[in-house]
Ligand binder design. Structure first.
Ligand code: IDP
Ligand code: MG
Length: 147
């Protein structure tokens, strides 16, 4: 069982697509174990995107992710990290396959709708940046064995 950090970026909230995208991940069968709306401050944005510090797009990236409410979530399931990355599609929405989230709803790199952790280590790191331990829930669903 894996946990992954997923964030719906400000453009997704502004465009009224948050529910649609949450629905897609729910429909796939993954379990939502934490969720909150928040406005990210610059310090958290810098930490979250630390691997991109120094790149030319970094200042715009940080400025944008702090520009309005986001939806931060933890999703759980077998192979959840890679599977949700696959559902997201390529970073550049113009290259993302139709049927993926970015392929269906995005048009530019800087407004590509969704963030998802790319590995076990980054998932752990990102979850702990955004959520306290007791905000990530443990519960069973009776339909689990049908998924
Ligand atoms: P990912 O979100 O698919 O993991 P990363 O390479 O980790 O992609 O980049 C983080 C975010 O930074 C991307 O989702 C995108 O919004 C933005 N980004 C990445 N590369 C560029 C770029 O070349 N120009 C503008 N924005 C970029
Ligand atoms: Mg990334």
């Amino acid at each position: 069982m894996e946990q992954t950090f997923v964030m719906l970026k400000p453009e997704t909230v502004q465009r009224g697509l948050a529910g649609t995208i949450v629905q897609r991940i729910e429909n796939k069968g993954f379990r939502l174990v934490a969720m909150k709306m928040m406005v990210i401050d610059e310090s958290l944005a810098n930490k979250h995107y630390a691997e991109h510090e120094g790149k030319d797009f970094f200042p715009e990236l940080v400025q944008h992710i702090c520009s309005g409410p986001v939806v931060a979530m933890v999703w759980e399931g077998i192979g959840a990290i890679a599977a949700i990355r696959s559902m997201m599609g390529k970073t550049n929405p113009l290259e993302a396959t139709p049927g993926t989230i970015r392929g269906d709803y995005g048009a530019t790199m800087s407004r590509n709708m969704i963030h998802g952790s790319d590995a076990i280590d980054s998932a752990r790191r990102e979850i702990s940046l955004f959520f306290k331990d007791d905000e990530v829930l443990t519960y069973n669903r009776t339909i689990a064995h049908w998924i």
